[in-house]
Design a protein. Structure first.
Length: 298
């Protein structure tokens, strides 16, 4: 069964930007797009004879979805777009939709909260428990943002794509993360920027030159060994290895600059409660302006 690209829509600027990004991604992958609006619905004893203002949110949601479908059909006529108003709370609705999706796309407000489809701790908790890749897209994101400017420095939708940036953790499982990143770069015919943060061993008075040199050489070897099988699987992808000494979150926020998207791993949550996505992913969600892809792994 073909899995769609699913996007949560609530009428905010963030969610419309997410829908537009999701439409382009669905076209790249040859997949359908599914728009979802979560609405808890009315009590069963409410009838059409009741006050019209009671049903106003439902009518607004229908118009919202209808408008979004029309706009996306105009912009991307080759894309199959479906839309549905789901009678559930936003959190459970996203989790259920993500279970059958290739990837889930939601709007992000940036520093302070995740918005668009949901906001605050509810959104963070939902993202932390989704078992499919989740893409967070900022409001204002456009098709030109993921491509380089033209020779005159003007925004363009016909120039090459910017780098796909991926965070590589050589100490843990990252196959799902690298598979997503290499595939995204292949689809875009874009370079893949593999970023790895390393540390020199701590010592009294700070690490010496020899220790730092040895630690960097080891980090280079580990990065090459980790990327090797994926370079063989995706021979057409140009890989640029980036090693930086420092904390992973700080390194990745800087390294994401100039890229088209950032792909990072997120350990799967085994508990039913809690909003935590991990410290690195949490920092990136709030401080990276490009679309951030969170890929769950064991």
């Amino acid at each position: 069964m073909t899995r769609p690209v699913v996007v949560g829509l609530d009428g905010s600027g963030q969610s419309f930007a997410a829908a537009d990004w999701a439409a382009r991604e669905a076209l790249l992958r040859g997949l359908p797009l599914r728009l979802v609006h979560a609405w808890e619905g009315l009590p069963d004893d409410v009838t059409d004879a009741d006050l019209p203002e009671i049903r106003a949110p439902q009518y607004r949601a229908r118009r919202l979805l209808h408008t979004a479908v029309e706009q996306l059909n105009d912009r991307y006529p080759r894309l199959y777009v479906a839309a549905e108003q789901v009678r559930r709370q936003p959190g459970p609705a996203l989790l259920a939709e993500a279970a059958n999706a290739e990837l889930l796309v939601i709007g992000s407000q940036g520093t302070g909260s995740v918005g668009g489809f949901m906001s605050g701790s509810v959104a963070m908790s939902t993202v932390a428990h989704v078992d499919r890749p989740v893409v967070l897209v900022r409001g204002g994101e456009t098709a030109t943002d993921e491509r380089h400017p033209d020779r005159s420095g003007n925004a363009s939708t016909h120039t090459p794509y910017r780098d796909v940036v991926v965070a590589v953790d050589t100490d843990g499982p990252c196959d799902d993360v690298l598979d997503f990143a290499f595939r995204a770069a292949e689809l875009r015919q874009a370079p893949l920027r593999a970023v790895h943060a390393w540390h020199a061993p701590r010592a009294r008075g700070g690490p010496g030159v020899e220790e730092s040199t040895r630690a960097r050489a080891q980090a280079e070897r580990e990065l090459m060994e980790t990327l090797g099988p994926w370079c063989a699987k995706y021979p057409d992808v140009v890989v640029r290895e980036n090693l930086h000494e420092g904390r992973a979150a700080h390194v990745l926020v800087r390294a994401a600059g100039g890229g088209g998207m950032l792909v990072v791993g997120r350990r799967k949550r085994r508990t039913a409660i809690g909003p935590h996505t991990g410290p690195v992913a949490h920092a990136l969600i709030h401080h990276v302006s490009r679309p951030v892809v969170l890929v769950p792994h064991d």
